[in-house]
Each structure stands twice: as structure tokens, then as C-alpha cells.
Write a protein that binds this ligand. Structure first.
Ligand SMILES: [Mg+2]
Length: 266
């Protein structure tokens, strides 16, 4: 893994040579710093302006891929005319595109029932946030007292185990969060492929290099499929040898510098 700014010459020549470039980014921890409560992860006006400026350039196509529900990430980013993927890509929207994974829709009853059970059993433990996101759900424990985390984990797994063993759900974990998702092979990598395919069809172009920025385990599915010349996978955080990304930026403030530099390239 190499720091992206150290490879800037190579990066900028790739970007300048391409007719179109697709910039896709995760939201939490990538465009905004990680905060205790997910509803406090606000996008700075400066980052929003840069995304808006990039989206206005015909050579750039821009999209945000988040674990949050589609409507929520759209409202938090607030840039029009770009692509949005919510629930790790289970729902997609953008110019010429509207998609909800049908198998995910079918699993909604199970997800809703689990959200109720988690709220009932974990809701009284201080700091637990159960987030029902429609097509998936999250249980956040960042704000839980350290000596209660094991208890929260035990209750979470006790409730999640039966439907997990019956193949009714999938469970993944991220930064102080467990995610319960429908049992289908669909993730941020597939969302990247779907958005890229749609844009290629609209632009009638065969090559569309993708820049992908992300900071967490769910972003690895996107990193995995993006290597030069198809794309640039950029991990946000300290150099992380276990990541599938080829490059890294150290912090969300470096991501902002990156967006400024990118604006100057095309
Ligand atoms: Mg993230």
C-alpha cells in the first residue's frame, strides 16, 4: 500500500488520459470523521462544495456508496445530479438509474423483526444504538461503556444466531458496529460495477476508470476489484497491510486535499 500523494504523477497521468472518470466514495469515516452518534456525522460545507464542483465537470461522474439508507445519505450529502447507493448498494439512484435489489426487499420482514428484538433487549443498555435501515440494520456500540461491550455482544449474537444459521440473514462487522443484511451476494463491489456499467452505457464509452475511497471492512469488496488500469482503490486511514486497497490517504482532511487536487486535473 502506497500513499496516494507519493504516486501522484502516475495517478494524475492516468486521470488526465481518461475521457471520463468515475469517483465513488464511502461517506462515514471517509468524507466525514467518525463520530460517536451516526446522526452527528455531518459533511462540511467545504467538502460538499468540492463534490458539487467535481460533479459539474463533464469528465467526472460522482457517486456516494454508503451503509446508510439511501434517503439518509442523499440528505446528508445534499449534492444533486450524482449517484447514491444506500444500504451497501442494495438501493441505487442517480441520473438514469433507480434500483432496489428484489431479494433484499423480500428479506425486509426478517430485518424488521430483528430490529424490534434488538431494540427490546439492547435498548436499555446505555450507548447502544439500533438503527433500522429498512433493507438492513445496524447495531452501534461505540458509546457503550467498556465493561458492558461483552454483554452487548453476547445478546446481539444470541438473537442473530438462529436466523443466521437458517440462512435468513448475513452479519458483518465494521468500526464498533454490527450490520445485519439480507442473505444475498451483494455488496459495495457489486454496486460499483452496476453504477459503472450504467454510466458506460449512457456515455457510450468502454473505458471508465473508477476512483474508490473508503475506510472500513465493507469497502474491501470495492477495493478488491479496482486496480490499475481499471481503477484506483484508496483506503482512508493509516497504512493498512491487510486492506485490498492499493493506495491510502491518512485522514478525512487528506481526502479533502485530494478532492481539491482532483479538481485541478480536468
Ligand atoms: Mg465508512
Amino acid at each position: 500500500m502506497e500513499h496516494l500523494f507519493k504516486s501522484w504523477q502516475l495517478f494524475s497521468s492516468d486521470i488526465k488520459a481518461a475521457a471520463y472518470v468515475l469517483l465513488l466514495s464511502d461517506y462515514d469515516g471517509t468524507l466525514t470523521p467518525i463520530v460517536g452518534r451516526p446522526d452527528e456525522a455531518f459533511l462540511s460545507a467545504e467538502t460538499r462544495d468540492k463534490l458539487r464542483a467535481l460533479a459539474k465537470k463533464p469528465a467526472f461522474k460522482v457517486g456516494i456508496i454508503s451503509g446508510r439508507p439511501l434517503g439518509e445519505v442523499k440528505a446528508m450529502v445534499g449534492v444533486e445530479g450524482i449517484y447514491y447507493a444506500g444500504n451497501h448498494g442494495l438501493e441505487l439512484e442517480g441520473p438514469g438509474l433507480k434500483f432496489i435489489n428484489p431479494a433484499a426487499k423480500a428479506a425486509q420482514v426478517e430485518i424488521a423483526s430483528l430490529a424490534r428484538q434488538f431494540s427490546a433487549k439492547l435498548g436499555s443498555i446505555e450507548g447502544v444504538i439500533v438503527e433500522d435501515k429498512g433493507l438492513s440494520l445496524s447495531v452501534h456500540y461505540r458509546l457503550v461503556k467498556r465493561d458492558e461491550v461483552d454483554l452487548v455482544a453476547e445478546i446481539f449474537h444470541r438473537i442473530a444466531s438462529p436466523p443466521l444459521q437458517e440462512g435468513k440473514i448475513r452479519v458483518t462487522s465494521g468500526k464498533k458496529v454490527w450490520e445485519v443484511r439480507p442473505p444475498i451476494d451483494w455488496h459495495k463491489g457489486k454496486a460499483v460495477e452496476k453504477i459503472s456499467k450504467e454510466i458506460k452505457a449512457i456515455l457510450k464509452c468502454e473505458q471508465l476508470p473508477v476512483i474508490y475511497l473508503g475506510d472500513d471492512t465493507t469497502d474491501e469488496d470495492a477495493f478488491k476489484i479496482l486496480h490499475r488500469p481499471q481503477g484506483w482503490s484508496i483506503f482512508v486511514g493509516q497504512d493498512n497491510p491487510s486492506s485490498n486497497a492499493d493506495y491510502f490517504l491518512s485522514s478525512t482532511s487528506e481526502v479533502m486535499d485530494f478532492l481539491s487536487r482532483l479538481l485541478e486535473l480536468k
